[in-house]
Design a protein around this ligand. Structure first.
Ligand code: 5AD
Ligand code: SF4
Length: 475
């Protein structure tokens, strides 16, 4: 196992750029051997944070001479940027690794790289060392900015390279990025989480909360808008506690006020909000804003006070509902979405009924429902009253039906309205249609041509198809 040490952020940037220059030479050698440009494939599992990290990895690959491909079969380098929030994401990685091994037998040049949250777990590293010897490079969440340097080490060595850090206070952001979309971008405003919800592995794999300097954030957004970005998504595990630990503390709402002033920027989104930290100031800023989208993702996790307490969520059902009331009163056209876990240890069907009651009262525009997944090392994993699978399934199915009915009825309310949509991409099923996203995050499909991508247009919402609309542009 190698271990690169930390240094100050600016020196680090220089070191990484030097490493990129070295890597270029290795990639040029590979290009000669292959007789064509080497291809890199970055596969993202999990959340928006990982998606953003993948753009950083892709940026470095492009910089050193790879072209990007979405096909693992065509690639000479594959990176799995992993997630470990629920066990099924881990299992998918193991399954696909077996397949990558078969590809490596056909293409001996193929390099296999693993990174992301799953790699922060010691048991995972142990398993890969033992049973997946063909992996070339493994690193974690805290040293992703070392990617260029680690690549050089990989090219210079035959054996598996493993570099995992337990923590870092470094924030190195000014490295190349290859954005998936020209017109929108995620942007990290903070890293890590201090909440320790009892089911959640994130605080263990992403470390303690660290906020970025507001000036750096604003500069990055400014730069993105110069490059054609009109919509940004501010990313953090718990954006509502942004800035509290900075040398000169600043609130998330105050940061939003500054972001709003960036002239070319048209839309602002953010993710994720913890209900316990959502301030009146934020509601006020959202209400007044012309740019902050009419969408709030506000994970509730459960509607049962007993379960919320065991989850260490630090709010009650009543507090959550009154917060939602306050938000809806201040911003009537807001869409609220949520995350819900079913099957937390000790949960009964009566508890699920409490959650269903919250769904009916809040009238969520969408909800992501998850079956509880036991994560080793979290307090909930050690709880004795784990719920049998059949009971989880029963509660889950019941909840899902209410969630879907509610979302459908919320969507139907918009019929006939004219709303602004950001044109995002060609419709997957019908190339004569373009797909746009409304401020409330709903999708609408309408006739338009590719030249409209990245533009804001007014669209009439003609026909509701359950969770999305078809319509037409009105001028
Ligand atoms: N089991 C199931 N769902 C989980 N989540 C986080 N940890 C777990 C777990 N152990 C869900 C929460 C969170 C979302 C990102 O993932 O609902 O909000
Ligand atoms: Fe996990 Fe809770 Fe932090 Fe969200 S707020 S990442 S659920 S510990």
């Amino acid at each position: 196992m190698i271990k690169y040490t930390a240094m100050d952020d600016e020196r680090e940037e220089i070191l990484q750029r030097e490493s990129m220059e070295k890597a270029v030479l290795y990639v040029a050698e590979l290009e000669k051997a292959l007789g064509r440009t080497p291809r890199g494939c970055v596969v993202t599992f999990g959340c928006q944070m990982n998606a953003r990290d993948s753009e950083k990895l892709s940026g470095i690959l492009v910089k050193i001479g790879y072209s990007l491909t979405e096909s693992e079969e065509e690639a000479d380098l594959v990176i799995y940027n992993t997630c470990t929030v629920r066990d099924n994401a881990n299992q998918r990685v193991y399954g696909r690794l077996g397949y990558l091994n078969s590809l490596k037998k056909k293409n001996p040049h193929l390099r296999i790289i693993l990174c992301g949250c799953m790699m922060q777990e010691a048991s995972v590293i142990e398993k890969i060392r033992k049973s997946y010897r063909f992996v070339d490079l493994i690193f974690g969440t805290h040293n992703i900015f070392k990617f260029a340097q680690l690549l050089v080490t990989m090219y210079e060595n035959q054996e598996m390279i493993v570099d995992i850090w337990q923590e870092t206070d470094q924030i190195v952001e000014k490295l190349p990025v290859s954005r998936k979309y020209a017109y929108k971008s995620g942007i990290n405003i903070m890293f890590g989480c201090n909440n320790f919800c009892s089911y959640c592995i994130v605080p263990y794999v992403r470390g303690r909360e660290r906020s970025r300097d507001p000036k750096e954030i604003l500069q990055e957004i400014e730069g993105l808008t110069q490059d054609g970005v009109v919509e940004i998504m501010l990313l953090g595990q718990n954006v509502n506690s942004y800035g509290k630990n900075l040398e000169h503390p600043i609130s998330f709402a105050a940061l939003l006020r500054e972001v709003e002033k960036i002239e070319k920027l048209k839309r602002i989104r953010f993710m994720t909000s913890h209900p316990k930290d959502l301030s009146d100031e934020l509601i006020e800023v959202m209400g007044e804003s012309k740019k902050i989208c009419r969408h709030l993702h506000l994970p509730v996790q459960s509607g049962s006070n007993r379960i919320l307490q065991a989850m260490n969520r630090r709010y009650t059902k009543e507090q959550y509902l009154s917060l939602v009331d306050k938000i809806k009163t201040a911003i009537p056209d807001i869409a609220i979405t949520t995350d819900i876990i079913v099957g937390f240890p000790g949960e009964t069907l009566a508890d699920v009924e409490e959650t269903i009651d919250v769904v009916k009262k809040v009238q969520y525009d969408n909800a992501f429902t998850f079956m509880y997944s036991k994560r080793t090392g979290t307090p909930a994993a050690a709880m004795e009253n784990q719920v049998p699978k059949e009971v989880v399934r029963e509660g889950f199915d019941k909840l899902l039906k209410v969630v879907q009915d509610t979302a459908r009825s919320r969507a139907a309310l918009l019929k006939g309205q004219v709303m602004e949509a950001l044109v995002e991409e060609v419709n997957e099923q019908d190339a004569s249609l373009m797909t746009g996203r409304l401020s409330n995050n709903m999708l609408v499909h309408f006739p338009a041509d590719m030249a409209m991508i990245g533009k804001l247009v007014k669209v009439s919402l003609d026909t509701c198809h359950g969770f999305y609309y078809t319509g037409h542009i009105v001028d």
